[in-house]
Design a binder for this molecule. Structure first.
Ligand code: FPP
Length: 244
């Protein structure tokens, strides 16, 4: 797709404002090549970098990726360690490049379950992100959709008990307790890797997202594949429960 710099108040409606992606197929990609699963995650993190810059360049405003779920801790220890190492490397890079590249990063998930090093990096990226106005990448880390809703409900209940919120709860008010507060809902959800399920990802936020599934394994996903997903998105008739 054509690269463009989007300025506030002027954007191409044909490009989804917010794209969410479930990174899937890293393990199978590696197996096909006789490599350890961890090599698939390393390749997957490179693909993520390329796709993030491409999204920025074509005018997507938000990209949310599912990097590590609350259920992924069940994987073999070595695999979890590799994923955490890749995330550590990515967070260090983000800290160094976010301002230069006009690309801010946020972490969605229960950060308290991460190592102290990752927690410190997450806090540092948050500080920097506060100063940047522009394309936003949300990395879901130790994230579960149901867990997010339960944590939000707990925080809301605590606010009611402390007199900081009244008991009148609207959808918009509740959404402010989610990790995605201030982020519009995804327009397009992409799942590579051949499976067709949500796997506890952005359960609240995907209420009206268009879904796009492809058999392409995540490390093989290219900007051209993203263009195909966007073309499919454009052909959809979004009615939000109404009629047109
Ligand atoms: C799913 O593939 C992928 C994951 C659970 C991990 C994704 C993590 C990364 C790409 C690394 C870190 C991310 C960043 C942003 C630097 P799978 O292992 O379930 O694949 P399979 O279904 O083929 O086994």
């Amino acid at each position: 797709m054509e690269k463009r710099n989007v300025t506030a108040g002027e954007r191409d409606d044909r490009v989804p404002r917010h794209i969410a992606i479930i990174l899937d197929g890293n393990g199978r990609w590696a197996k096909k090549r006789g490599l350890p699963r961890t090599a698939g995650h390393a390749a997957g993190s490179e693909t993520f970098r390329k796709i993030a810059y491409y999204c920025r360049d074509i005018g997507v405003e938000y990209l949310t990726i599912y990097a590590f779920s609350t259920e992924n801790w069940k994987r073999p220890e070595g695999e979890v360690k590799t994923i955490m190492r890749l995330l550590d490397k990515y967070l260090h890079e983000a800290i160094d490049t976010m301002e230069r590249d006009g690309m801010k990063m946020r972490i969605f998930g229960d950060v308290s379950g991460l190592s102290p090093e990752l927690q410190a990096l997450a806090a540092r990226t948050d500080e920097i992100a506060d100063r940047i106005d522009g394309f936003q990448v949300n990395v879901c880390l130790n994230y579960g959709g149901r867990d997010e809703i339960v944590q939000a409900a707990r925080r809301y209940a605590a606010d009611v008990a402390a007199g900081r919120a009244d008991g009148e709860l609207s959808e918009a008010q509740f959404a402010r307790y989610l990790y995605s507060a201030n982020v519009p809902d995804p327009d397009l959800l992409i799942r590579p890797g051949g499976e067709q399920r949500l796997s506890n990802f952005l359960l609240w936020q995907c209420a009206y997202a268009e879904f796009y599934f492809t058999d392409v394994l995540w490390p093989d996903f290219t900007p051209e594949e993203l263009d195909k997903a966007i073309a499919a998105f454009r052909s959809r008739d979004r009615r939000y429960g109404g009629v047109k």
